[in-house]
Design a protein around this ligand. Structure first.
Ligand code: DX5
Ligand code: ZN
Length: 217
């Protein structure tokens, strides 16, 4: 599939989402951060907003659910029109069943790991997933500093996928910028979330192109 860039609208103008998404026409996806004030100490938006946005944007939606009880809520995001739905393994009661339910709704199923969560216990689950999201900040807020300590986990995740002959996508999220994206790509990531780097740029679409060029090396 190659390199993909999925800007996060968390730090965009949330009162003007449709126009903000129109400023990143060259992106592959739009990354939507759903937070519930329980799994993370922040509250953003939920299903009704995602349903509306799915109708108003031509970009496929990449939903990142930072919520408790994803087993109950995640399939509805696939039904709402998200092309990819990511749940956190730390919050999921039955990740295999949940991944299958998301896929049954026609979306790509993805599982996220916080910085302190190891990948190794989930080796046997990789075949059930279309993407692994390795968080490179503690989830909850945009604009945080990239955690270099997560790089070895990206390498180990890529090695596990290769060992099993899987084409699972490997997404990184948190502090991704022109300064850090090469390190992530070199470690094996191929899908890059960038929030503040894209939306603090004067021309967000040009930043998407620059990030892509940097990741492609
Ligand atoms: C943080 C979110 C990220 C956030 C990234 O918990 O999951 O998607 O928007 O923002 P930056 O790129 O600014 O770290
Ligand atoms: Zn995110």
């Amino acid at each position: 599939m190659g390199i993909q860039i999925t800007p996060s609208v968390l730090n965009a103008d949330l009162a003007d989402l449709t126009n903000e998404v129109n400023r990143i026409k060259g992106a592959d996806w739009v990354h939507i951060d759903v937070m519930d004030n329980h799994f993370v100490p922040n509250l953003t938006l939920g299903l009704p907003v995602v349903e509306s946005l799915a109708k108003s944007t031509p970009l496929p939606m990449d939903a990142h659910l930072m919520i408790q009880d994803p087993d109950r809520w995640a399939p509805a995001y696939a039904e709402a029109g998200c092309g990819s739905v990511t749940f956190h393994v730390e919050a999921a009661a039955a990740p295999v069943r949940l991944a299958r339910e998301i896929r049954a709704q026609g979306a790509r199923a993805s599982m996220a790991l916080k910085p302190a969560t190891p990948i190794e216990p989930y080796e046997d689950l990789l075949a059930e997933l279309d993407m692994i999201l390795i968080m490179t900040v503690e989830p909850g807020f945009g604009g945080q500093k990239f955690l270099d300590l997560c790089l070895p986990k990206i390498r180990r995740a890529r090695a596990l996928m290769e060992r099993h002959g899987l084409e699972t996508w490997l997404q990184v999220d948190g502090g991704v910028s022109l300064e850090t994206i090469e390190r992530c790509a070199e470690a094996g990531a191929d899908v890059f979330v960038a929030g503040s780097a894209v939306y603090s740029a004067e021309d967000p679409d040009a930043m998407v192109a620059e990030l892509r060029a940097r990741a492609e090396g």
